[in-house]
Design a protein. Structure first.
Lengths: 352, 220
C-alpha cells in the first residue's frame, strides 16, 4: 500500500493549529452550545424567573383548556404538528395539563416490509433545532448485512436547498418508471438512487444498496411505497396539552415542543442497548443541583434530578429503563412538575 | 486502557517507606459516544469532544485545504453539535464521524482544494536546498511531493475522498463506507481506482520503481 504511505509521508502537510485558531473554534462551539440551551426551552441560562414562569404557566393552562390532546402528526404540514380534536384527558391543577398523546407516525410505509431490514425513522426540518427547511422524512431500512433501502420524502425538489442534504453527484444516468411516474436514476458501483416527483408535488428519493443496489430491485421496492402511516418506535403516552411533535431521529429520540413557545422542549431519548454503563453512570458529569432522587418508573429503578444549576435555572432530568429494554432519558423544562415528569415517564414506550 | 492493580500479588515485595500510596481512581473518563449521548440533554458535554479531537480533525482538514482548515474546523464541530442526535455509536466511532463531517465540508471548497494541490505541484517543481545530513531523504520527499499533489488534483472527488479518508483520516474501509453512506464494496472499488490512478501519475517520475510491485488490497 505504498501510495498510502507516500501520501502520509510526502503528501501535502497541514498548517499547524494555532492557539488562536483553536480558541476561536472552541469559542464558536461554546456559543452554539449556549444557543442550543436557549432553544431547549429556557432550560438553563435563559430560563424565566419564577414570576415569568408563573405567567407562562397561566398561559399554557389557557392553551390547555382549548386543546386537550397533545400530539398529532400531519405529514403535509409545514409547521409543527397540531393538536387533534379534543378528548378527555387528565389535568393537573395549577399547572400545565397533561393529555393523552396521539401516536406519532411516519407518513409512508413499504408494503410488504423488506425482509430482514429494520426501519429507523426520522423527521427533520420544520423548527430551528432541526434545520431551516420545511419538515421532511427519512426512513432508513437497513441490516447489518449491507442490504439497505433509504427512503426520503421531501416537500419539494431536494436539490433546491443544501439543507436537504442531497449528496448524489453528477447527472442522472437514465430514467426508470415507478408506478407510472418517470424517475431519474443514478447508479453507483453497488447502489442506485431514484428520484421522482409525486402527483401531490412532494418528492421521493429511494436509495438501494446490497440486494437493492440494482435498478430493477430498487424500482421494485420503490413501487411498494404506500401512503400508510407507520408508528415511530418511540412514543409518549402522556404529553403536555398544546404541544406538538418537534422532530424525531432514527426512532430513538423524540421531541415535543410547545405550540405557543417553541423554546419549550420535552425530549425523550433512548440509550443504545450497547451502552455498557449503569443508570447512575448516565448521570455522571451532569451539573446537578441536588443528589438524584431514586424513583420507580414502569416498575424499574429510575433517577430524577434537577440539572443545570450552574448559573441557570434547573431543568428536570429523568433516567429510567424500559421493562426488559434499554435505558431512556427524559428531559423536561421545570414548568412541568416533578409529578408530571414521573407521569409522562410512566407511559413512554419503545419498540426498540 | 488497562486497569491499575489494586492488590499486590503474593510474590511481590512490600512497598518501601517512600512508596506513594495508590489512590482510588475516579470513574473512567466518559467515552466519546457517552459524551455525545449525554450532550443530547446536557449540551456542554459536547465541548469535551472538541478538546479530544480538534487537533486530529484540523490536521486532516489542513492537509486537504490548507489554511481554510481553521474555518472548517469550527464548522465541523458546529455541524456535529447540531446533528448529534443523528450520531449512531453502533455504526461509527466519534472521530471518524467528525472526519466524515469535515469531508462533507471540504466538498463545498472543492475548487480551493484542487487549486491547492496544483499550486503545491507547481511549487514542488522548484527543488529545496537541504541543510542537514538527511539530504537524500529530503530530495526523495521533494521529488514525491509535486507528483503526489498533481495526482490528487486529477482524481474525481469521490475517489479522492476515499483515498484521503484512508490515508490521512486513518479510517477503515467500514468507517469510510459509513461516513460516505456507500457500501464497503464501493469504497474498495473507489480506493482501487484512486490508487491505480495515483500510481499511474507517479509512474512518470523517478518514483515509478518504488511502486512497481503493487501491493494486494488492504483487508481492513
Amino acid at each position: 500500500m505504498k501510495e498510502l504511505t507516500l501520501l502520509r509521508e510526502a503528501g501535502p502537510q497541514a498548517p499547524a493549529l494555532t492557539p488562536a485558531a483553536c480558541s476561536a473554534a472552541r469559542a464558536a462551539l461554546l456559543e452554539e452550545i449556549d444557543s442550543a440551551r436557549t432553544v431547549r426551552g429556557r432550560l438553563r441560562c435563559r430560563l424565566p424567573g419564577r414570576r415569568t414562569t408563573l405567567r407562562l404557566g397561566t398561559a399554557l393552562v389557557a392553551v390547555a383548556a382549548a386543546w386537550t390532546t397533545a400530539v398529532l402528526v400531519t405529514p403535509d404540514s409545514a409547521v409543527p404538528d397540531r393538536p387533534a380534536a379534543p378528548t378527555a384527558a387528565p389535568v393537573t391543577p395549577g399547572g400545565i395539563a397533561l393529555v393523552a398523546a396521539e401516536e406519532v407516525t411516519f407518513p409512508l410505509s413499504l408494503d410488504p416490509a423488506p425482509e430482514g431490514l429494520t426501519p429507523f425513522l426520522s423527521r427533520r426540518g420544520g423548527i430551528a433545532a432541526y434545520g431551516n427547511t420545511p419538515p421532511f422524512y427519512v426512513a432508513d431500512y437497513s441490516s447489518t448485512g449491507g442490504d439497505r433501502v433509504l427512503v426520503h420524502l421531501f416537500p419539494e425538489d431536494p436539490r433546491s436547498s443544501p439543507d436537504y442534504g442531497w449528496s448524489v453527484q453528477g447527472d442522472p444516468a437514465g430514467t426508470a418508471t415507478v408506478d407510472g411516474v418517470e424517475a431519474e436514476v443514478w447508479r453507483g458501483d453497488s447502489s442506485v438512487d431514484l428520484l421522482w416527483e409525486r402527483p401531490d408535488g412532494r418528492w421521493v428519493q429511494v436509495l438501494g444498496e446490497g440486494a437493492y443496489g440494482g435498478t430493477a430491485a430498487a424500482v421494485a421496492v420503490a413501487e411498494t411505497l404506500v401512503d400508510r402511516p407507520q408508528p415511530v418506535g418511540l412514543q409518549f403516552g402522556l404529553a403536555p396539552a398544546g404541544w406538538s411533535v418537534g422532530g424525531y431521529e432514527e426512532s430513538r429520540s423524540l421531541d415535543l415542543v410547545s405550540d405557543t413557545d417553541p423554546d419549550q422542549l420535552l425530549r425523550l431519548g433512548l440509550v443504545g442497548r450497547e451502552y455498557p454503563g449503569t443508570l447512575d453512570e448516565l448521570l455522571e458529569g451532569m451539573s446537578l443541583t441536588a443528589p438524584p432522587e431514586p424513583v420507580t418508573v414502569q416498575g424499574q429503578p429510575a433517577r430524577l434530578a434537577l440539572a443545570g444549576g450552574d448559573g441557570g435555572s434547573p431543568y428536570r432530568y429523568l433516567v429510567g429503563q424500559l421493562p426488559g429494554g434499554p435505558f431512556f432519558i427524559l428531559l423536561a423544562p421545570e414548568t412541568l412538575t416533578r409529578e408530571q415528569v414521573l407521569q409522562i415517564a410512566e407511559q413512554v414506550t419503545s419498540t426498540a | 486502557m488497562t486497569a491499575l492493580p489494586l492488590h499486590r500479588s503474593a510474590g511481590e515485595p512490600e512497598p518501601g517507606p517512600d512508596a506513594v500510596p495508590l489512590r482510588a481512581l475516579p470513574s473512567a473518563l466518559a467515552t466519546d459516544a457517552e459524551l455525545v449521548i449525554r450532550s443530547l440533554v446536557d449540551p456542554e458535554q459536547f465541548a469535551g469532544l472538541f478538546d479530544r479531537h480538534a487537533v486530529a480533525v484540523h490536521r486532516y482538514l489542513g492537509r486537504r485545504v490548507g489554511d481554510l482548515a481553521d474555518d472548517l474546523l469550527s464548522e465541523t464541530f458546529l455541524v456535529a453539535f447540531r446533528r448529534r442526535a443523528d450520531y449512531r455509536p453502533e455504526r461509527l466511532d466519534v472521530r471518524p464521524w467528525l472526519i466524515g463531517i469535515a469531508t462533507n465540508l471540504v466538498h463545498g471548497h472543492a475548487r480551493a482544494e484542487r487549486r491547492r494541490y496544483r499550486a503545491l505541484a507547481r511549487s514542488a517543481a522548484e527543488p529545496e536546498v537541504a541543510d542537514d545530513g538527511d539530504r537524500d531523504g529530503r530530495l526523495d520527499a521533494q521529488a514525491m511531493r509535486g507528483p503526489l499533489a498533481a495526482a490528487l488534483a486529477g482524481l474525481t472527488a469521490p475517489d479522492r475522498d476515499v483515498l484521503l479518508l484512508v490515508a490521512w483520516g486513518d479510517l477503515s474501509y467500514g468507517e469510510v463506507a459509513a461516513v460516505l453512506d456507500v457500501p464497503v464494496g464501493t469504497v474498495r472499488s473507489r480506493l482501487h481506482r484512486a490508487r491505480r490512478q495515483t500510481r499511474a501519475a507517479l509512474a512518470t517520475t523517478s518514483l515509478a520503481d518504488l511502486l512497481s510491485d503493487p501491493a494486494p488490497e488492504e483487508t481492513r
